[in-house]
Design a protein around this ligand. Structure first.
Ligand code: ZN
Length: 352
C-alpha cells in the first residue's frame, strides 16, 4: 500500500480538510495514476451533503479524473508510465451472467463507484480524485487523446460520457431533432456533442437570459420554459429529449413535444416520483427512459469523437484549497459550466 494525500469531508455539509489515506498496492492488472485535474460534478455536492442517505465519511469525492500513469502492474500491456489517462464514475465492475451485453459496465450489479463505493473483497471505502494519486484496474481507465487538454477534458469522464451514451444509443445523426433540457455541466456538453453529430438541437432553460449562451454552444434554438406558452408550439417536433435537470418538470408537457416514437430520457434525478398521464405515451407511441453515465466503450468512443471535433468542457479552474467555495457556487448555479480542480498543482506546491 501507498499513502496518498487528499481532501475529505468528514460529515455532511462540513468543510473539506486535508486527509491522508492508503491506496492499495498495485495488482497485476492495475495502473497507478498521478492525478492532474478533477472536475467537480453535482454528484460530489449531493454526496458530500448526504442528499441520498448513502454517503460514507470521511469521503474524498471526485470522478472526473485526468492524470498521468506512474506505474503499471505486471500484466498490463495497454498502458505505460507517462501515458495521459482518465478515470470516470467507476473503477471496477463485476459482470452478471444474465446480462445480454457484457460491455455495459455501468449497469452491472457489481459496479464499484470511484468514491463512496466499496473495494471488492475488503469492503474498504473507495476514494476519488480530490487526491494526489489513484490505483485503478487498467481496463477501467481510458486513454486521453493528445488533442485534448487534461484540464478541460476532465469533465468528459462523467458529464461527457453521460450525454454521449444516450445520444449514441438513440442513434442521433444528421437531422435528428434533439432537445437538451438544462445547459449546465451536463447539458452544455450535450449541446456540443449533439450538434457535432449533425442533429438539429434545441436547448431548454428556465430563463431567457441563457439564450445567447445556448447559441454560443451551438444550439440552433433556445426555449425559455418560464414562459408558460413556450412549449405548446413545439408539440410533436422532437425525436429525442434528454433532461439533465434534477427539477420536477411537467413531464406530460415534455412528452407532448415528441413526434411519434420519440423518447424522453432522464439523466438527472428529480426529487419526486414522476407523474405522467398515459395519453401522451399512448397517442404518440412515445417512450420515457433513463440512462446512467456511460460504459468504458462509450467513454473511449466519446473521447475519440471529442478529439476529432475539438470538443471539451467550458471550465473554470479552481485550487484544491478553494473547493468549499466552488461547492457553494455550484450549489447556487454560479459556474460556466464546470469547475475543474488543479490537483497536481496543489501537491507540487506542498512538496516544494
Ligand atoms: Zn458525475
Amino acid at each position: 500500500m501507498t499513502m496518498t494525500r487528499g481532501f475529505a469531508v468528514h460529515a455532511p455539509r462540513q468543510r473539506f480538510q486535508p486527509f491522508t489515506f492508503e491506496r492499495r498496492a498495485l495488482r497485476d492488472d492495475d495502473v497507478a495514476i498521478r492525478i492532474e485535474h478533477c472536475g467537480i460534478c453535482h454528484t460530489d455536492v449531493s454526496l458530500a451533503n448526504d442528499a441520498w442517505g448513502t454517503s460514507r465519511f470521511p469521503m474524498v469525492p471526485g470522478h472526473e479524473i485526468t492524470g498521468t500513469i506512474t506505474s503499471v502492474g505486471a500484466g498490463v500491456e495497454t498502458f505505460a508510465p507517462g501515458h495521459r489517462v482518465g478515470v470516470g464514475c467507476f473503477v471496477d465492475s463485476c459482470a452478471a451472467s444474465q446480462m445480454r451485453d457484457d460491455a455495459l459496465e455501468q449497469y452491472r450489479p457489481g459496479l464499484v463507484l470511484t468514491y463512496n463505493g466499496s473495494e471488492p473483497g475488503s469492503g474498504a471505502p473507495t476514494h476519488g480524485g480530490y487526491s494526489e494519486s489513484i490505483v485503478v484496474k487498467a481496463d477501467h481507465v481510458a486513454a486521453i487523446p493528445d488533442a485534448l487538454p487534461l484540464d478541460a477534458a476532465a469533465p468528459l469522464l462523467c458529464a461527457g460520457t453521460t450525454m454521449f451514451s444516450p445520444l449514441r444509443h438513440w442513434n442521433v445523426q444528421s437531422g435528428t431533432r434533439v432537445g437538451i433540457v438544462g445547459i449546465g455541466g451536463l447539458g452544455h456538453l450535450g449541446v456540443k456533442l449533439a450538434v457535432a453529430m449533425g442533429a438539429h438541437v434545441t436547448a431548454f432553460g428556465r430563463s431567457p437570459v441563457k439564450a445567447a449562451e445556448a447559441r454560443s454552444l451551438g444550439a440552433h434554438r433556445y426555449v425559455a420554459t418560464q414562459e408558460p406558452s413556450a412549449l405548446a408550439p413545439l408539440a410533436g417536433s422532437f425525436d429525442l429529449i434528454l433532461t439533465t435537470a434534477s427539477a420536477d418538470l411537467d413531464w406530460s408537457a415534455y412528452l407532448a413535444l415528441l413526434d411519434v416514437d420519440g423518447t424522453l430520457v432522464l439523466l438527472g434525478v428529480p426529487e419526486k416520483p414522476l407523474e405522467i398521464g398515459a395519453f401522451p405515451l399512448i397517442t404518440g407511441r412515445r417512450r420515457i427512459a433513463g440512462s446512467y453515465i456511460g460504459s468504458m466503450r462509450d467513454t473511449r468512443a466519446m473521447l475519440s469523437f471529442c478529439a476529432e471535433h475539438g470538443i471539451v468542457a467550458d471550465i473554470e479552474r479552481v485550487a484544491l484549497r478553494d473547493v468549499d467555495v466552488a461547492f457553494a457556487r455550484l450549489a447556487a448555479g454560479d459556474v460556466r459550466h464546470r469547475f475543474v480542480i488543479d490537483v497536481a498543482a496543489h501537491f507540487a506546491e506542498r512538496s516544494a
